[in-house]
Design a protein around this ligand. Sequence first.
Ligand code: ADP
Ligand code: MG
Length: 547
Amino acid sequence: ARSDLAASLRSLDGASYGRYKSLSGSWTVSGVALEVLRVQADPFAPPSRVRLTVSDAGLPADLYGTADRRRALAGFLLRELRRALRGTPVQVDAGGPEVLERRAGTVDADGVVVVEVGVPFPGPKRRVLGREAATLLAETLPSAAREAICSADPDAARTFVETVEDAVALRSALAGRGLVGFVADGAVLPRRSGVDDRPLAGATPFGGPESLQVTLEAPNAGPVRGMGVPDGVTLIVGGGYHGKSTLLRALEDGVYDHVPGDGREQVVTRLDAVKLRAEDGRAVIRDDVSAFVAHLPSGEPTDDFSTTNASGSTSQAASTVEAVEAGADVLLIDEDTSATNMMIRDARMQQLIATEPLVPFVERVRPLHAEHGVSTVLVMGGSGDYLGVADTVIMMDAYRASDVTARAHEIAAAGPSRTVEHSGFPSVAPRVVDPASLDPTARGKRRVTARGRDTLTFGEDDIDLSAVEQIADRSQVAGIGRALALLGDHVLDGTITLAEGLDLLDAELDRRGVAALLDGRSEDLARPRRHEVAAALNRLRSLRLTT
Ligand code: ADP
Ligand code: MG
């Protein structure tokens, strides 16, 4: 490793921008190993990529004793580094309230900390700005790394690590207790706004009913009391603006661990919980939607259904069977974003329309649980259709939850109601994806690029992910892109089913971490869940099946 980074940069001062390329490689700067991984071609290109390795961070060894602790510690250090570099142009992919496994920061079993940051190399008029670059790279960056990593507050690090570890433990306790989710007493669920993830100041802390109280054991916090959401069919009812959607959103995000201070640190949901919604206009490629669509006016088969432009109801039907195919064991649905005709049909409309091809979800929700073990949590304030089919009815009233199951069942029994047939939920034939159709090549080049939180460019396609609501951030979109490429290149072989492919993908990610998703190009990325990978695959318009 060379040691004269500052001098080298100063000597380049005024040279043409391309000369920055000569910095590629390893350096030692104030005791920190610094590697220039990639140099941007011009000042307007994405920032250059720099890796810093700190092997003498001196953090207490128990803070990196398990994989979950290492992920959490890396998340903590990245956030500290981002703070130390605030006000500089250096970009640190530390993430939002969710603590994900990220390429930008890792801690290994020996406590070696590796971070990767984006550094825009300064270049007015396409010239090297040597002195400024020397300050940035040889002073600001290494000293921020030392401050954030070597001088990290061990108590704050411990709190962060233990918070994440507790969330993991609470989540893994759910299934054994017959729960799909858990919301601790005192949790703060609402966010400041739709574009601000921080907890709402002055929010009413969560409180639940005695009948749903459970106590779960967390390794660090000890016993945690809160509301257990049982498996089966759970309805969340209540007046408009009383906090129904906020509760459901907290459960959606409960598949991830949260940073201390977020308010949802002890709100957890089973890992395979999937939010569903209507998404008219999406593509559907050869789904068996016959469970929800008996026949179509066009005469197309509904057990092998494709469209480039789904309606609200068919899109939601497709997303439902796709989620089940990918292994979802909990479905999360909000009336605010559902197709009404997919969810309910009242007695009068049943009388008027005898030839309705849609089988509403209310008829499938019980067999989905009884026959397939898939639970549902559903927000529904506008129709009583589900009162009779729900195992549990939670009412939100001024942001507090109460248990109104008994009263709901009385009302349902007194009828009038629509006829519910409970006709079973047919098994969906597993699909086999043609790996050749997962090809990220466009005009001769591999192209897998996150275009923000909502769009993934994959080869010739732009995949619209705006309705895939549990994606945490843009880096996860990048991770989804690489996961799709990995499925196509090495996992799917044209004979195994999509679900089997997702199992193999998860196993590979468990074994190798996000390193399994690297492919030479330097980009921030975070580990995705299998469900978001499947959701992207299902929205890839060029997807083909083998038969
Ligand atoms: P609903 O789905 O029942 O119509 P929402 O969940 O959308 O209601 O919540 C309505 C409003 O109340 C939102 O602006 C939300 O941020 C706010 N809110 C939700 N829960 C709380 C709470 N516990 N304390 C304060 N405000 C809350
Ligand atoms: Mg709502």
